[in-house]
Design a protein around this ligand. Structure first.
Ligand code: FMN
Length: 360
């Protein structure tokens, strides 16, 4: 039978060789936002392992847009140059390199997760944060200042500049992080956006800033490069951002030249993350794909080759993104191909002597 998981996915001028992507995963392992040998090994292994798309972790578009002091950055040229060999290596393995661009807003200036997630004061390397409204994410998190028009203009420009830098060093997919309670999601959700001006209130006001960012990034990218947006398709909270609004936003994003919506959920508040059961976010990807007529990525609790294949066969999504399953096993795609008795992806020539063993 033909396997959707190992069929190519053309998007604008870029073709993913298969439909398995590495979901963006912060490594909190940078100094001054610079990628290191860790990133080369971590991301390179997943490209060697056969993923068709390797999406780099949330890269901050400004220094104050970082979640923690260890975040990856792409607000200057030195950071872009540190990423260039990683993009090149991923492409040399036959995978497509991409990067997620992000601004943490009120969830910035916090410690690395393994140091206990909490706000950090300036004397320990913290910084002032901003958000649509002066509401902290939770107790122990910094109090953001309410963003001015000038702040918003600066963020739009920072996203566009970051996208330009990413494209220039060989990233072929750009994803905008508009989920997980970070800055763009803070604009979208009525739980975080209490503004009374043109950037708040009803749906049109709350989507204004994310649409501005998407438009500016699209304009700054060559037309052959695909643009993804990651949404938290629902806040899982009554009165919050929800699936109907995500569908309506996805239609607007599509009209602006966004090519795919990566359907995650939750995290506008502590603990609002959905069930976490296998494939729990797949219905969100299915609904957005069907009702907004845009390609989607399914992510979250996808661990098995047959499960991933079934999602694609049902037409619930166009792409499967894996995070933790690929941390456990960077060769997940090669194992999935063997399990599904599919022929792709090619093993690296250097590893050919291991192939018969795996297939046998
Ligand atoms: C270590 C780690 C870091 C993550 N960092 C990011 C990130 O930078 N950007 C993002 O959108 N999601 C991030 N996520 C969420 C994943 O992309 C993914 O949506 C989530 O883990 C669910 O997929 P899974 O069940 O395959 O792990 C991270 C997840 C993990 C485990």
């Amino acid at each position: 039978m033909s396997h959707r998981l190992f069929s190519p996915l053309p998007l604008r001028g870029v073709t993913l060789p298969n439909r398995i992507g590495v979901a963006p995963m912060c490594q909190y392992s940078c100094v001054d936002g610079l990628a290191s040998a860790w990133h080369m090994v971590h991301l390179g292994s997943r490209a060697v392992g056969g993923a068709g798309l390797v999406l780099l972790e949330a890269a901050a578009v400004t220094a104050d847009g970082r979640i923690s002091p260890g975040d990856l950055g792409i607000w200057n040229e030195a950071q872009a140059q540190a990423l260039a060999p990683i993009a090149r290596f991923i492409a040399e393995q036959g995978a497509v390199p991409g990067i997620q661009l992000a601004h943490a807003g009120r969830k910035g200036s916090t410690s690395r997760p393994w140091e206990g997630k909490a706000g950090i004061p300036p004397e320990r390397g913290g910084w002032p944060v901003m958000a649509p409204s002066a509401l902290p994410f939770a107790d122990g998190y910094p109090l953001p200042r309410e963003m001015s028009e000038a702040d918003m203009d600066g963020v739009v420009e920072a996203f566009a500049n970051a996208a330009r830098r990413a494209a220039a060093i060989g990233m072929q997919v750009i994803e905008l992080h508009m989920g997980h309670g970070y800055l763009m999601h803070q604009f979208l959700s009525p739980l975080a956006n209490l503004r009374r001006d043109a950037h708040g209130g009803g749906f049109e006001g709350r989507i204004r800033m994310p649409l501005r960012v998407a438009a500016a990034v699209r304009d700054s990218l060559p037309s052959e490069l695909p643009l993804f947006v990651r949404l938290s398709a629902t806040d899982w909270v009554d009165g919050g951002w929800d699936l109907p609004q995500s569908i309506a936003l996805s239609q607007r994003l599509k009209a602006q030249g966004v090519d795919l919506v990566d359907c995650s959920s939750g995290s506008i508040r502590p603990g609002s993350q959905g069930s976490g059961e296998p494939g729990f976010q797949v219905p969100l990807a299915a609904a957005i794909r069907r009702d907004a007529g845009i390609a989607t990525a399914a992510v979250g609790g996808i661990t098995e080759a047959r499960q991933a294949e079934a999602i694609l066969q049902r037409g619930d999504a166009d792409l499967i993104l894996l995070a933790r399953a690929l941390l456990r096993d960077p060769y997940w795609p090669l194992r999935a191909a063997a399990e599904l008795e599919a022929t792709a992806p090619d093993w690296p020539v250097q590893y050919q002597r291991a192939v018969t063993r795996m297939r046998g």
